[in-house]
Structures are given as structure tokens and as C-alpha cells.
Design a protein around this ligand. Sequence first.
Ligand SMILES: [Zn+2]
Length: 275
Amino acid sequence: MSYLLRRTEENLFHGKFSTFPEDWVAHAISTRIGGVSQSPYDSLNLALHVGDDSEKVLANRKKFAQSLGFQLEDIVTPNQVHGDKIFRAEEIHRGRGSQSYADSISETDALITNVKNLPLMLCFADCVPIMFVDVENFAVGIAHGGWKGTLNKIAAKTFLAMKNNFGTTAEKCLVGIGPSIGACCYEVGANVVETCKKNFPNHDELIINRDGKIFLDLWAANKIQLMEVGLPEKNIDVAGECTCCNSNWYFSYRDTRKNNFSDTGRIAALIGIKD
Ligand SMILES: [Zn+2]
């Protein structure tokens, strides 16, 4: 199991889970490198809602989609709200949110589909991208786990939604937990600790005390909840890359705030079934 960055012909970088099949699925997590947006969105900002010039965002999205063999016009993407709603994308949703934030799938933090050539995309700046592949029923999924989504077990709920919709089994479901803020940098407050203790009662290891500060391990919290719903540990790949430590490669909300800037771009995770 490993997570690798691969340079594409278009001079983008694709972050890829080596466990995921390549013959019928295309997936990648982007970096901030290779786009046309200007500071503070430099340069491959893939989000329309953060104040960047929308023409530049659409050029970036088009390039990223094409580098994976998809078209911008086919992407389905939601308006993410740190909730735990999961949406099944079907043919009638083709293109929703791809070119306009206003027609995004509303208030949704995870997408699943078994429709071919219907790429699913979510945007991130420190939150955890979680990608799913059902190698038996040919279905895919993607979830957005900030602290709220993670502690509300959106990863486990996304697997269960795939189980209900497509018959996905734990044994045949592969999951990738992508680059996001690590326990090295993710300092949290008392309210987060309280929620974590309530929702993960036997996992004190998720809360780390260091130098009088408290940190949360989002990667482990996502992995644990997937194992709680039956996924074998060997099916779960954790990239282990901290976006805040590596803000030259990734947009990082925390790193941006540390430097007293207010805005930053978003990387994206995209997954789709090939035609
Ligand atoms: Zn870090």
C-alpha cells in the first residue's frame, strides 16, 4: 500500500492510491501546482466559492479533468457544508456544479455512483479526502471529512450508503485516505475533544497532548470508523501526507491563517468510472 505522486503529460501531479484499480477507475488528488490562478490561489485552485476568478478556476478544472480522461462538463460536485449527507449521483445529475457553484448538489459532503463517465469531485484545504472503490459491483464514492464530518463518521456512513445502494461489501471495498492536516499540526479545542470522546469512547489515542496543546488525529479516526463497520485494515490506504506541513504542494487553511492571510485555494479529489 502506498500513495504516490505521479507527474502527468499536462505537467500536473496526480496523487494516487496504488491499491486502486486502473483499468476501470480513474482517480487522483490534485496538488496546487500546474494551474493558472494567481496568489493567494496559486496556482491550481479548483474551487469556485473562494473568491478566485471563475474563468481561471474553470480552466484549472478543465485541465485536471482532462488529465484523468474526463471532461469538465461531466463532473458532479456539491456545495460542501461539513455535514454528513451522502448523495447518489445519477445520469440526470451530470455536470451539476461543474461550471457554476449555484447549481452544485446542495449541502452534501459525500457522493457515490455506479454510472460510467460521471466523475465525482470534492474540494479540500486541510480536510480529509476519503475515496472508495467497490471492486465487485463497480461503484465509487468520495467523502469530505473535516473534524465534524470525521467525528460524525461520514466515512463509515459513505461505505454504508454504498452497501445500501450497490450491495458493496466490506471485503471488496478499497478506501484511500488522502493528504490532509495531520496530528502534527491539527490543534483543536475542548469542544472537539468532547465530541471525539463521545463518538469514539474507546480511542483516547485520537487525542494527543503536546506542549500544553491538544491535537486530533483525523487519519486514525477515519480509519477506525471504517474498521468499525467491517472493513479489513488491509483495504484502507492512508497517504500520511500533512497538507499544513507541505503547503508548497497543497492548499492549507491552517497554514494560510498562521501567515495571517484569509484566503486560499482548494485542491480536489476526483474519481470516476471509465467509459
Ligand atoms: Zn503537519
